[in-house]
Write a protein of this length. Structure first.
Length: 619
């Protein structure tokens, strides 16, 4: 096992056995850089009308030291208090703060950010908290006892979980997958009804995926696309599944192309309701910074070329989309940070300090801002959501873990510069992504590009050869020669253009012929396939009939054997009957003879003078 992974498990076990160990570690030992402790907000300020409002703090850098700036004039506007762009701001929050955590689920719905579950000191959580993004006030959502319904199989309270995905769907919050103390065999989908404040477990159909945590779940229209994660046996996954929310049916997708390697704690986003982007994530020993794209129409994986300030490898980061821009914050980079001046064995994972943005149309990365020190923004397992205020998008982060658990809220207002510009000139889309958009217009684009190039060449020749100063009579002949030369070059260019057009026409014809041949071949192959299937079907039918006849023949043979046995039995019985008949005839004959003798003796006795009665008694 890698040393970093071993130390991560060591810290986790230590937290489970002694949750208070961190409080006994001196701050100067485990923090080699100076940073601002964001968990202790400054006192609240009082406005002229006597109301109390929190003072926001803007995170900025000066000589590597974290500073705080205040803006008391716009505090009462909630999200409107964010007056700076492209900087993370940690405003003071009212209400009871949730317990610090990471690997929780977060989502926005109707000006509220909901967080559910998570991990704190190795213990899974099951509470549901809400942050009003207008008043910046925390409140705990009270869950009511559920009732049975057609769509739910168990309205009981949820088991604590972490590493799950939280999705807003209609008037519900869907919690998909996640690690639990007693995991089930397959992924479960739980629903929280915002109107009735009840949890329920939804019935799903089809083959549900194996249970897991650290996966990505992305809402695309009316389906959920789930990729990767880590199962209960700590095996990394790279399988792809789709859940249709209208039919609640799972479908296992076997996409073509080279899929991302098994991983968990990655980020996923959807672009143009067609392309699923997967970035980063980690295995047990390393982190990734590769970008993969899945075409949801063709179900084909590709790995396009990234441009700009490509992010470093990371896992446990959070992402959110604003238009065609994908913002990523936080994460761990699998680099250990050893405390200075100590012999302790405690090693903390270094959090990623850059907040980056990817233009999903051009695949160009740029850095929005960078934080310093071990602050909540440089954490793994944090959440990132987007909200809107006065027509402007606002990014909201919560929680995370970088050696300490966080329950801080940070807000960033992206500017047009951060979302539309990069540190380099944007180049065209990479071949793999451009092909998705421009395959049908390839020939037409080549022709228009060629014509534009020729016109540009003519204009270039004119600009190079025409004297900017007024012409006089002396250089008229030179001008005429230049014009004649230009005409000659124009004719040559026209001839070249005509030749290229003829070649293009010939290529179109060849392409049409190739398409025709391809169509014929397709038809022939289809016909061959049909003949093969028919032959195979007939063969199977004949085989089935033959098997049936063989079975029937075997049955007839058994019947014949039984009849033969019965016939033999009947012959034996016939012989016995004849024997009995002979015996009976013999017995009857003997009886007749005896009777005759008896009757003969009686006559002679009568003649001798003996009475019949006496003779009978004597006899």
């Amino acid at each position: 096992m890698a040393s970093a992974e071993a130390m991560r498990l060591f810290v986790k076990i230590l937290e489970e056995e002694d949750p208070a160990w961190y409080s006994r570690v001196p701050e100067f030992v485990i923090e080699p850089v100076v940073d601002v402790e964001l968990s202790n907000p400054k006192p609240e300020s009082v406005t002229p009308n006597g109301n109390y409002f929190p003072e926001p703090k803007t995170i900025s850098m000066e000589n590597g030291i974290m500073l705080e700036t205040q803006d008391k004039d716009v505090v009462s506007e909630g999200l409107g208090s964010i007056g700076v762009y492209d900087q993370w701001v940690a405003p003071s929050i009212s209400g009871q703060r949730p317990k610090a955590r990471y690997e929780h689920g977060a989502v926005t719905d109707q000006d509220k950010m909901y967080i559910f579950g998570g991990n704190h000191n190795g213990r899974y959580l099951s509470d549901l908290q809400a942050l009003d993004l207008r008043s910046l006030t925390w409140s705990k959502v009270e869950v009511k006892a559920g009732t049975e319904s057609l769509e739910s199989s168990s309205p009981a309270l949820l088991a604590p979980c972490a590493g799950h995905s939280l999705i807003a769907w209609e008037n519900k919050l869907l919690s998909v997958a996640g690690h639990t103390k007693d995991p089930s065999e397959t992924v479960t989908v739980k629903s929280f009804d915002l109107e009735t404040s009840t949890w329920s477990t939804l019935r799903t159909y089809g083959q549900a995926p194996v249970s897991r945590g650290g996966q990505s779940v992305t809402l695309v229209g009316t389906i959920l696309v789930m990729f990767g994660g880590e199962d209960a046996k700590r095996s990394l996954l790279n399988d792809l599944h789709i859940l249709d929310l209208e039919t609640m049916t799972w479908d296992d997708i076997d996409a073509v192309g080279v899929s991302p390697s098994p991983r968990s704690d990655h980020a996923a986003a959807v672009h143009a309701q067609r392309y699923l982007l997967i970035f980063g994530g980690g295995s047990h020993a390393t982190c990734f910074n590769d970008l993969h794209v899945l075409d949801l129409q063709t179900m084909e994986w590709s790995r396009p070329i990234q441009q700009g300030d490509i992010p470093t490898p990371r896992a446990g980061h959070a992402g959110v989309t604003v238009g065609e821009n994908w913002f990523l914050a936080g994460g761990g980079d699998n680099k250990s940070v050893l405390p200075d001046n100590t012999l302790t064995l405690l090693v903390f994972m270094a959090g990623v300090s850059e907040t980056v943005v990817l233009n999903m149309s051009t695949l160009v990365w740029s850095v929005v801002t960078t934080v310093q020190g071990r602050v909540p923004l440089a954490s793994e397992g944090l959440s990132l959501v987007v909200s809107s205020y006065n027509g402007e998008d606002i990014l909201v982060s919560f929680g995370g873990y970088n050696g300490r658990y966080s329950n801080e809220v940070n807000i960033l207002k992206p500017s047009n510069k951060s979302t539309l510009q990069s540190n380099m000139v944007e180049r065209p889309l990479s071949d793999s992504v451009a092909a998705m958009h421009n395959a049908t217009n390839a020939t037409r684009d080549v022709e228009s590009e060629f014509e534009a190039g020729q016109e540009g060449k003519v204009r270039e020749i004119l600009m190079d050869n025409i004297d900017p100063e007024p012409m006089n009579t002396k250089n008229e002949e030179s001008t005429e020669r230049i014009i004649a030369s230009l005409k000659s070059e124009k004719e040559d260019l026209e001839a070249v253009l005509t030749k290229e057009q003829l070649q293009s026409l010939q290529l179109k014809r060849e392409l049409a012929d190739a398409n025709t041949r391809n169509t014929d071949l397709t038809k022939a192959s289809t016909l061959t396939l049909l003949l093969y299937l028919l032959t195979k079907y007939e063969l199977q039918s004949v085989r089935s009939q033959l098997a049936s006849e063989q079975s029937r023949c075997f049955k007839l043979e058994v019947d014949v054997a039984e009849l033969r046995q019965k016939l033999q039995t009947m012959e034996t019985l016939q012989k016995e009957l004849e024997l009995l008949q002979r015996q009976k005839a013999a017995s009857e004959q003997a009886a007749l003879n005896a009777k005759q003798r008896q009757s003969s003796g009686g006559v002679w006795g009568w003649l001798a003078g003996s009475p019949p009665n006496q003779m009978d008694s004597d006899a």
